[in-house]
Write a protein that binds this ligand. Structure first.
Ligand code: MD6
Ligand code: FE
Length: 211
């Protein structure tokens, strides 16, 4: 069938040097069953921050390494500390998507070894942070939004200031790298709404090269 909206959809938008938005690049109907398989093995959990508080965003991981927050700090671990087992492998649909997105965004060959999976409920946001726990910051991060839409906050390389707001919808892919790899960013608290495949929830996948 002809996609009547194809000419209207921004294929690739350079938001700023190193931040590229690929609108509608990912297919949630294909990715959500893979998330279900992963979370059957490694369920979502509310990790505890170094400050001692449970995070509002529920998280889990797939890949050779998984990002964890503990009272002792943030790090990448090859095993899920809850089960002691290795994190579930990156499914082919994940790998394929992350590699194609990085290439399309202009970052060349990218093979992630880690995928952090975030789950947001209405009212849940993520406070501004930098992603600093990966060994080599020359690799980009590929971020995939699924389900309910959210407002992404893009700051600069220093804390503070007023952010650029990027509305992220189901299937949007944001690629972050180069001179913007270390910018501060966050997610505004999720506004209650419904998506046919995720109900009132938003999922986010961030593909990284941890090691
Ligand atoms: C989210 N994303 O969209 C949270 N980090 O739910 C992130 O924290 C993030 O989107 C690094 C690079 C891209 C991101
Ligand atoms: Fe982040």
């Amino acid at each position: 069938m002809t996609d009547l909206f194809a000419p209207l959809r921004a294929e690739k938008e350079v938001i700023r040097d190193g931040v590229v938005l690929l609108s509608g690049f990912a297919d949630s109907a294909e990715l959500l069953p893979a998330i279900k398989n992963i979370t059957d093995e490694a369920p979502f959990r509310h990790m505890v921050t170094p400050g001692g508080r449970p995070m509002k965003v529920a998280m889990t991981n797939a890949g050779s390494y998984g990002w964890v927050s503990t009272p002792q700090g943030y790090r990448y671990l090859p095993e899920d500390p809850v089960s002691g087992a290795p994190w579930p492998a990156l499914p082919e649909v994940f790998l394929n998507l992350a590699t194609r997105a990085a290439k399309k965004a202009g970052f060349g060959d990218f093979t992630p070894d880690a995928c952090l999976i975030n789950r947001y409920e209405p009212g849940t946001g993520l406070s501004p942070h930098q992603d600093l726990d990966e060994a080599d910051k020359n690799w980009p991060i590929v971020s995939v939004s699924l389900g309910v839409s959210a407002d992404f906050q893009l700051y600069g390389l220093k804390r503070g200031g007023s952010p650029l707001i990027i509305p992220l919808h189901d299937g949007d892919v944001l690629v972050f790298g180069g001179p913007s790899r270390l910018v501060y960013h966050g997610v505004k608290p999720l506004v209650r709404s419904r998506h046919p495949l995720t109900g009132d929830q938003r999922f986010n996948l961030t593909f990284r090269r941890a090691r």
